[in-house]
Design a protein around this ligand. Structure first.
Ligand SMILES: [Zn+2]
Length: 210
């Protein structure tokens, strides 16, 4: 996800995406890491952004995973952004990095400190109130793969996020406010969904930040 302001792709044959073999996945990551740095971020229109990312099943060595995470972190920082999903660097793998800092109590977006972390095979569900009602909040949102624009987008204020870290350790936690928005945005990327899909198109605005 972009700062919002505060302010080898997977193979496809006849429209059916085939999962990469372990070997092909390692090759794709190796190629990515030998290429341009910081990793170039692909833009809307690239097919990898519309594919369901392949679940990660421990195919990468700890060293290769560490290198991939470092490269994605560097690309996120360079952008700069507060989240980056693997498909955004052309890798159709269910993995994303997130990081945000902010502890302004007056920020209506409830932007709090979200230390750097890797989320693997993540999923989210809304946290509903006792009355069963979903708590939706609307703020402007942007994406490093839809560079230069932002639009108003409703999101769940709180979500339960499950998944693993890069070592395979499972987590199950609740995030609220801006951190919840970052999680939803990045996890949506792994399903081939862009924030603009659910944004109010009449609010789409050029930011001048590219
Ligand atoms: Zn994005």
């Amino acid at each position: 996800m972009s700062m919002a302001q505060q302010s080898s792709p997977t193979s496809a044959v006849d429209g059916i995406r085939r999962p990469m073999s372990s070997k092909d996945l390692r090759k794709a990551v190796g190629k990515l890491l030998r290429g341009a740095q910081p990793l170039p971020i692909v833009q809307a229109g690239h097919p990898v952004l519309r594919e369901v990312a392949q679940p990660y099943d421990g195919e990468l060595s700890p060293e290769l995973m560490a290198d991939l995470v470092e490269a994605m972190k560097a690309a996120m920082h360079a952008a700069p952004g507060v989240g980056l999903a693997a498909p955004q660097v052309g890798l159709g793998l269910a993995l994303a990095v997130v990081e945000d800092s902010g502890d302004d109590e007056d920020d209506p977006r409830e932007r709090t400190d979200l230390p750097f972390r890797v989320i693997v095979n993540p999923a989210y569900e809304p946290v509903v109130g006792d009355d069963g009602a979903e708590d939706l909040v609307v703020f402007e949102e942007g994406c490093l793969s839809v560079v230069g624009y932002e639009a108003e987008r409703a999101r769940h204020r709180s979500v339960r996020v499950t998944g693993q870290d890069e070592t395979g350790r499972a987590f199950d936690e609740v995030h609220s406010g801006w951190a919840a928005r970052i999680m939803q945005h990045e996890i949506d990327h792994l399903s081939g969904v862009l924030y603009v899909d659910g944004a109010d198109p009449r609010t789409l605005s050029w930011t001048g930040r590219v």
